[in-house]
Design a protein around this ligand. Structure first.
Ligand code: CDT
Length: 304
């Protein structure tokens, strides 16, 4: 029977003045706890190495280039790669990536990288759904200028063979869209890894504030169930630079049930044993996609 023991490495806030080296020490502490628990893999949040910098706007986008990594691993993250390899545990890490293409064009991506137990990078996923706004919005108490700082992925949702499973990744806002899960579901995904930074206060419609925790669970539990996959959702939350963000990291089974849930608003390891054949109990029955789906009448999904 195929089994993975997976951990979520929830993070409390990372303030603007915090150095990457300090953050990496916190990541290593979480990784060590997960390794001591016998976990095969630990999942860290979106933009794990710095504060959530899109809460500010700048006159020039390049003013914030110091919040991006230009290579991975790098000097600051090498100790995390080394310790993970030494302990024989994989990890998934979210960060901002600045890439200069061969033609000189600079790309800024919000990415999640998956590293196997031998320290090798398996794949790097770029965020597809970029939320928030592009222009400075003077009416907001804090900005959510992701559309200023990040390009949307041109690649979509891949699935990789790793840890004896079919593994996919999504980042924060991606988890709210059914297409995210279905794209991976159609590739036979068994485990979806997700990091998030979700401010509790949603400025365009504050009536959603009290529902942040509910919506977080709603989307990941339904996405898991409707596609017969495990989902690991991991927060960076707490009060960061004065902005309160949701924690409530969870591990969800293909049944839609929650197997583990964070109890704090800070650095915390959650973990669960995933019996991968549980996926087939859904994808081989009620959600047998080849047998029951009707793509010929779903044409609006890709044409509108
Ligand atoms: N990081 C991220 O994608 N956060 C969004 C916030 C809502 S849009 C302002 C989310 O979907 O949780």
């Amino acid at each position: 029977e195929r089994k993975i023991r997976v951990a979520g490495g929830q993070m409390g806030p990372i303030q603007r003045a915090d150095e990457r080296e300090q953050v990496v020490e916190r990541l290593i502490a979480l990784l060590t706890e997960a390794a001591d628990l016998g976990c095969d893999l630990i999942v860290f949040p979106e933009l794990t190495l710095t504060t959530f910098f899109p809460r500010w706007h700048t006159g020039k986008v390049s003013d914030f280039d110091h919040f991006y990594e230009t290579e991975m691993p790098n000097a600051a993250t090498q100790p995390l790669f080394d310790e993970a390899k030494r302990r024989g545990i994989g990890f998934s890490l979210g960060y901002a990536l600045l890439e200069e293409a061969a033609d000189g064009v600079v790309h800024r991506w919000n990415v999640q990288t998956l590293v196997d137990a031998s320290g090798e990078i398996v794949g790097t996923f770029k965020k597809v759904h970029i939320p928030g706004h592009d222009e400075f919005d003077p009416a907001r108490p804090f900005q959510h200028a992701e559309r200023y700082f990040f390009e949307p992925s041109p690649d979509g949702f891949g699935v990789w063979e790793a840890f004896g499973a079919r593994v996919g990744m999504m980042i924060c806002n991606d988890r709210r869209w059914p297409e995210t899960y279905r794209e991976m579901g159609l590739q036979g995904v068994e485990l979806i890894l997700c990091g998030y930074n979700t401010p509790i206060h949603y400025v365009p419609d504050p009536s959603q504030d009290r529902l942040q925790g509910f919506h977080n669970k709603l989307v990941m539990q339904s996405g898991a169930y409707q596609n017969g996959t495990f989902v690991v959702g991991v927060a960076k939350g707490g009060v960061e630079e004065g902005v309160a963000s949701l924690c409530e990291s969870i591990i969800v089974a293909p049944s839609g049930e929650i197997l583990a849930e964070a109890a704090t608003d800070g650095d915390e390891v959650i973990w669960a044993d995933l019996r991968l054949d549980w996926c087939k109990q859904y994808t081989g029955t009620l959600f047998d996609m080849d047998y029951y789906r009707r793509p010929e009448v779903y044409t609006r999904l890709t044409t509108m």
